[in-house]
Design a protein around this ligand. Structure first.
Ligand code: HEC
Length: 177
Protein backbone atom coordinates (compact mmCIF):
# COMPACT_ATOMS: atom_id res chain seq x y z
CA UNK A 1 0.00 0.00 0.00
CA UNK A 2 1.41 3.40 -0.95
CA UNK A 3 1.90 6.00 1.77
CA UNK A 4 -0.65 8.29 0.11
CA UNK A 5 -3.32 5.57 0.09
CA UNK A 6 -2.69 4.75 3.78
CA UNK A 7 -3.12 8.43 4.72
CA UNK A 8 -6.38 8.62 2.74
CA UNK A 9 -7.73 5.51 4.50
CA UNK A 10 -6.74 6.87 7.89
CA UNK A 11 -8.44 10.17 7.04
CA UNK A 12 -11.58 8.36 5.95
CA UNK A 13 -11.71 6.26 9.12
CA UNK A 14 -11.19 9.39 11.19
CA UNK A 15 -14.11 10.95 9.35
CA UNK A 16 -16.23 7.88 10.01
CA UNK A 17 -15.37 8.03 13.70
CA UNK A 18 -16.43 11.68 13.84
CA UNK A 19 -19.71 10.85 12.10
CA UNK A 20 -20.28 7.95 14.48
CA UNK A 21 -19.74 10.22 17.50
CA UNK A 22 -22.03 12.86 16.02
CA UNK A 23 -24.79 10.31 15.36
CA UNK A 24 -24.46 8.87 18.87
CA UNK A 25 -24.58 12.36 20.37
CA UNK A 26 -27.60 13.17 18.23
CA UNK A 27 -29.41 10.03 19.31
CA UNK A 28 -28.53 10.75 22.90
CA UNK A 29 -29.90 14.28 22.58
CA UNK A 30 -33.10 12.97 21.03
CA UNK A 31 -33.34 10.39 23.79
CA UNK A 32 -32.90 13.02 26.50
CA UNK A 33 -35.41 15.33 24.80
CA UNK A 34 -37.91 12.48 24.55
CA UNK A 35 -37.50 11.50 28.16
CA UNK A 36 -37.87 15.18 29.13
CA UNK A 37 -41.08 15.59 27.19
CA UNK A 38 -42.47 12.45 28.80
CA UNK A 39 -41.61 13.91 32.21
CA UNK A 40 -42.90 17.39 31.30
CA UNK A 41 -46.47 16.70 32.40
CA UNK A 42 -46.12 15.72 36.06
CA UNK A 43 -42.87 17.68 36.44
CA UNK A 44 -44.54 20.89 35.28
CA UNK A 45 -47.34 20.34 37.77
CA UNK A 46 -44.86 19.78 40.58
CA UNK A 47 -42.88 22.96 39.94
CA UNK A 48 -45.92 25.20 39.49
CA UNK A 49 -46.13 27.28 42.64
CA UNK A 50 -49.29 29.04 43.69
CA UNK A 51 -48.49 31.47 46.51
CA UNK A 52 -50.93 31.03 49.39
CA UNK A 53 -53.18 33.83 50.63
CA UNK A 54 -50.77 34.54 53.49
CA UNK A 55 -47.82 34.57 51.04
CA UNK A 56 -49.63 37.16 48.94
CA UNK A 57 -50.66 39.15 52.02
CA UNK A 58 -47.09 39.70 53.18
CA UNK A 59 -45.68 40.04 49.67
CA UNK A 60 -48.22 42.18 47.85
CA UNK A 61 -50.75 43.70 50.29
CA UNK A 62 -48.98 44.51 53.56
CA UNK A 63 -46.00 46.47 52.15
CA UNK A 64 -48.29 48.57 49.95
CA UNK A 65 -50.58 49.31 52.89
CA UNK A 66 -47.54 50.55 54.81
CA UNK A 67 -46.11 52.53 51.91
CA UNK A 68 -49.45 54.18 51.35
CA UNK A 69 -49.34 55.42 54.92
CA UNK A 70 -45.85 56.86 54.44
CA UNK A 71 -46.93 58.62 51.26
CA UNK A 72 -49.86 60.16 53.17
CA UNK A 73 -47.62 61.28 56.02
CA UNK A 74 -45.29 63.02 53.59
CA UNK A 75 -48.22 64.36 51.55
CA UNK A 76 -46.64 62.83 48.48
CA UNK A 77 -49.99 62.54 46.67
CA UNK A 78 -48.46 61.39 43.41
CA UNK A 79 -46.82 58.39 45.06
CA UNK A 80 -49.92 57.77 47.19
CA UNK A 81 -51.99 57.57 44.01
CA UNK A 82 -49.48 55.20 42.43
CA UNK A 83 -49.39 52.94 45.48
CA UNK A 84 -53.17 52.93 45.87
CA UNK A 85 -53.45 51.74 42.26
CA UNK A 86 -50.97 48.97 42.98
CA UNK A 87 -52.80 47.95 46.16
CA UNK A 88 -56.07 47.71 44.24
CA UNK A 89 -54.33 45.61 41.57
CA UNK A 90 -52.83 43.33 44.23
CA UNK A 91 -56.28 42.76 45.80
CA UNK A 92 -57.70 41.94 42.35
CA UNK A 93 -54.93 39.44 41.60
CA UNK A 94 -55.35 37.89 45.05
CA UNK A 95 -59.00 37.20 44.24
CA UNK A 96 -58.08 35.75 40.86
CA UNK A 97 -55.42 33.48 42.38
CA UNK A 98 -57.78 32.30 45.15
CA UNK A 99 -61.37 32.36 43.90
CA UNK A 100 -62.74 30.73 47.07
CA UNK A 101 -61.82 30.49 50.74
CA UNK A 102 -63.78 28.08 52.96
CA UNK A 103 -66.45 28.00 50.20
CA UNK A 104 -66.76 31.80 50.30
CA UNK A 105 -66.25 33.71 47.04
CA UNK A 106 -63.02 35.52 47.82
CA UNK A 107 -63.10 38.29 45.14
CA UNK A 108 -66.59 39.30 46.33
CA UNK A 109 -65.46 39.29 49.93
CA UNK A 110 -62.42 41.44 49.09
CA UNK A 111 -64.57 43.91 47.17
CA UNK A 112 -67.26 44.10 49.86
CA UNK A 113 -64.81 45.23 52.55
CA UNK A 114 -62.17 47.18 50.60
CA UNK A 115 -64.04 48.94 47.81
CA UNK A 116 -65.45 51.82 49.89
CA UNK A 117 -62.27 52.75 51.78
CA UNK A 118 -60.19 52.41 48.59
CA UNK A 119 -62.56 54.78 46.76
CA UNK A 120 -62.48 57.21 49.67
CA UNK A 121 -58.70 57.10 49.72
CA UNK A 122 -58.71 57.84 46.02
CA UNK A 123 -60.97 60.88 46.55
CA UNK A 124 -58.78 62.19 49.40
CA UNK A 125 -55.60 61.74 47.34
CA UNK A 126 -57.09 63.50 44.31
CA UNK A 127 -58.12 66.48 46.46
CA UNK A 128 -54.88 66.37 48.52
CA UNK A 129 -56.96 66.14 51.67
CA UNK A 130 -54.77 64.97 54.57
CA UNK A 131 -57.67 64.65 57.05
CA UNK A 132 -59.82 62.73 54.58
CA UNK A 133 -56.84 60.50 53.81
CA UNK A 134 -56.30 59.70 57.51
CA UNK A 135 -59.96 58.74 57.95
CA UNK A 136 -60.12 56.60 54.82
CA UNK A 137 -56.81 54.96 55.74
CA UNK A 138 -58.16 54.03 59.18
CA UNK A 139 -61.27 52.59 57.48
CA UNK A 140 -59.13 50.52 55.13
CA UNK A 141 -57.16 49.22 58.11
CA UNK A 142 -60.43 48.22 59.80
CA UNK A 143 -61.41 46.46 56.57
CA UNK A 144 -58.19 44.38 56.77
CA UNK A 145 -59.13 43.32 60.27
CA UNK A 146 -62.80 42.69 59.53
CA UNK A 147 -61.85 40.14 56.90
CA UNK A 148 -59.24 38.52 59.13
CA UNK A 149 -61.81 38.17 61.89
CA UNK A 150 -64.50 36.90 59.50
CA UNK A 151 -62.18 34.21 58.15
CA UNK A 152 -60.91 33.06 61.54
CA UNK A 153 -57.58 34.82 61.23
CA UNK A 154 -58.28 37.50 63.80
CA UNK A 155 -54.87 36.75 65.25
CA UNK A 156 -53.45 38.88 62.42
CA UNK A 157 -54.10 42.40 63.71
CA UNK A 158 -53.37 45.29 61.39
CA UNK A 159 -53.00 48.85 62.66
CA UNK A 160 -52.36 52.30 61.29
CA UNK A 161 -48.55 52.66 61.44
CA UNK A 162 -47.05 55.49 63.46
CA UNK A 163 -43.89 57.57 63.42
CA UNK A 164 -42.43 55.29 66.11
CA UNK A 165 -43.19 52.15 64.10
CA UNK A 166 -43.84 52.13 60.38
CA UNK A 167 -45.04 48.51 60.68
CA UNK A 168 -48.77 47.95 60.29
CA UNK A 169 -48.66 44.66 62.21
CA UNK A 170 -49.93 44.88 65.75
CA UNK A 171 -48.41 42.08 67.80
CA UNK A 172 -48.57 44.04 71.00
CA UNK A 173 -52.24 44.43 71.77
CA UNK A 174 -52.96 40.82 72.71
CA UNK A 175 -50.11 40.55 75.20
CA UNK A 176 -51.38 43.66 76.97
CA UNK A 177 -54.87 42.18 77.42
C1 HEC B 1 -61.05 39.70 52.06
C2 HEC B 1 -60.19 39.21 53.10
C3 HEC B 1 -58.93 39.90 53.49
C4 HEC B 1 -58.63 41.23 53.44
C5 HEC B 1 -59.51 42.38 52.97
C6 HEC B 1 -57.31 41.38 53.98
N1 HEC B 1 -56.80 40.16 54.34
FE1 HEC B 1 -54.97 39.84 55.15
N2 HEC B 1 -55.39 37.88 55.31
C7 HEC B 1 -56.56 37.27 54.89
C8 HEC B 1 -56.51 35.86 55.22
C9 HEC B 1 -57.58 34.84 54.93
C10 HEC B 1 -55.28 35.66 55.87
C11 HEC B 1 -54.73 34.36 56.46
C12 HEC B 1 -54.23 33.45 55.39
C13 HEC B 1 -53.66 32.16 55.95
O1 HEC B 1 -52.87 32.21 56.93
O2 HEC B 1 -53.99 31.12 55.42
C14 HEC B 1 -54.60 36.94 55.92
C15 HEC B 1 -53.35 37.14 56.47
C16 HEC B 1 -52.68 38.34 56.53
C17 HEC B 1 -51.36 38.54 57.07
C18 HEC B 1 -50.48 37.49 57.74
C19 HEC B 1 -49.65 36.77 56.70
C20 HEC B 1 -48.48 36.03 57.28
O3 HEC B 1 -48.08 35.02 56.67
O4 HEC B 1 -47.93 36.44 58.30
C21 HEC B 1 -51.07 39.86 56.93
C22 HEC B 1 -49.80 40.58 57.36
C23 HEC B 1 -52.20 40.49 56.29
N3 HEC B 1 -53.16 39.53 56.06
C24 HEC B 1 -52.27 41.83 55.96
C25 HEC B 1 -53.40 42.44 55.45
C26 HEC B 1 -53.53 43.86 55.24
C27 HEC B 1 -52.48 44.90 55.57
C28 HEC B 1 -54.78 44.07 54.73
C29 HEC B 1 -55.44 45.35 54.36
C30 HEC B 1 -54.75 46.35 53.59
C31 HEC B 1 -55.40 42.77 54.60
N4 HEC B 1 -54.55 41.81 55.05
C32 HEC B 1 -56.68 42.59 54.08
C33 HEC B 1 -57.64 37.87 54.28
C34 HEC B 1 -57.76 39.23 54.07
Amino acid sequence: MSRGKRVRIRRRSNLLAVIAIAVTAGLLAIGIAASRSVAAGPEAARTEYLPSISDLMIATIQPRHEQLWRAGQDKNWEFASYELGNLRGAFNRLGLAHPTVHDILFPEMIASVTEKPLDELDGAIQSKDGTGFAKAYADLTSACNSCHQALNHGVVEIRVPSRTSASDLDTNRRSQN
